[in-house]
Design a binder for this molecule. Structure first.
Ligand SMILES: Nc1ncnc2c1ncn2[C@@H]1O[C@H](COP(=O)(O)OP(=O)(O)OP(=O)(O)O)[C@@H](O)[C@H]1O
Length: 338
């Protein structure tokens, strides 16, 4: 076999491996050249994680060793910069279910076929490891933290980096660098990052919003007036920072009694939808107060990952979010903005 024939054969195997576990290489060889026994191979590594890039390089080198007449192989990786859409999930105050909604939205988006990352930026009260059932410690790939898989989503939380039960008592600069480590993790081909923000409108929220410019913010509120007043402050903050508020979600609206099925409204109902209407913010939907939502969250099995009524509810919310994101990206606006 001549050198060139043999190289073609190897490249065909690299480009179309035809076997499981090697999908990463499929269609990625952009260019090859052989000169004086040195092969130069250009690979399109768009969307690959550092780990996948290293694996790809190892695979290509291993194949090239078998090619007669090639003394050296040079591999160049090119990558288009992936536009990653960041969605900040915020609330005016704590305890309204922002983390529960973030987790379930992330899972529901993944079930719609999106590649989703979830960042728990609630640095002082990280609850995503519990809600997503992923308390493990992430590994490092070079300088980057590698997100961990959970229910079809990749996720990172400060809670996975500190000892369980330890209080985070950091000051400004440490918090900012912890956030950077999470946001700049090895998110690979994730196209959407859902960021579970700390409650309120403090420094962390400002830094996050300034540095990573979310494409949009989603506000979670319970229906009571006090919660809605706080939510208005969060909306104000995002607007001042030029982040479009693309959705309002009412959580804990209507309690469905697990025994008799009767619905009561301990916190009132419809307040968030009315407030959203007044402020010209799209209303994405409401989630009832259900014991099953709390127990599923405590057990690390977000309802959105299941098959029940609640999974359908979160799916609808995710679909609405995708619609509103598309509208925000194309600069579309609602009649209420006029
Ligand atoms: N729709 C719901 N039905 C029942 N329980 C809920 C619902 N939403 C959230 N919860 C429960 O309420 C509690 C607070 O929720 P969560 O931690 O998501 O709130 P949060 O706004 O993120 O709070 P913090 O900002 O303090 O982290 C949790 O125990 C959670 O399981």
């Amino acid at each position: 076999m001549s050198e060139i024939e043999s190289l073609d054969h190897v490249l065909a195997r690299i480009a179309d491996p035809g076997g499981k576990g090697n999908l990463v290489t499929a269609g990625r060889v952009a260019m090859t050249r052989v000169r004086d026994g040195t092969a130069t191979i250009v690979i399109d590594a768009t969307g690959l994680s550092a780990e996948q890039r290293a694996m790809l390089e190892r695979q290509v080198r291993a194949q090239m060793v078998a090619v007669p007449g090639i003394a050296d192989t040079r591999i160049a990786m090119t990558a288009e910069r992936l536009e990653r859409t960041i969605v900040a999930v915020g609330s005016g105050k704590g305890g309204v279910g922002k983390s529960t909604v973030s987790a379930n939205l992330a899972v529901a988006l993944a079930r719609l076929g999106k590649r989703v990352g979830l960042v728990d930026a609630d640095i002082y009260g990280p609850s995503q490891p519990r809600i997503m059932g992923q308390p493990n410690r992430p590994e490092l790939a070079g300088e980057q933290i590698v997100p961990l898989p959970a229910h079809g989503v990749r996720m990172l939380s400060i809670g996975q980096l500190i000892e369980p039960g330890t209080a985070v008592a950091w000051r400004g600069p440490m918090t900012a660098s912890a956030l950077s480590n999470l946001m700049e993790g090895d998110w690979g081909d994730c196209e959407i990052l859902i960021v579970d923000m700390p409650p309120g409108t403090g420094d962390v929220q400002m830094t996050l919003t300034q540095k990573w410019k979310p494409a949009g913010a989603v506000i979670v509120s319970t229906p009571q007036d006090v919660a809605l007043i706080d939510a208005t402050r969060a909306i104000d903050m995002f607007r001042k920072m030029d982040v479009p508020v693309i959705g309002f979600i009412e959580n804990m609206a209507g309690y469905v009694c697990p025994h008799c099925g009767e619905t009561s409204d301990p916190f009132g109902s419809g307040g968030a939808e009315a407030a959203a209407g007044v402020m010209g913010i799209p209303f994405l939907g409401r989630i009832p107060l259900r014991l099953s939502i709390r127990t599923a969250s405590d057990a690390g099995t977000p309802p959105a990952a299941g098959q029940g009524e609640e999974a359908a509810l979160f799916k609808r919310l995710a679909e609405r979010l995708v619609e509103e994101l598309a509208r925000a990206e194309t600069g579309g606006h609602h009649a209420a903005d006029d």
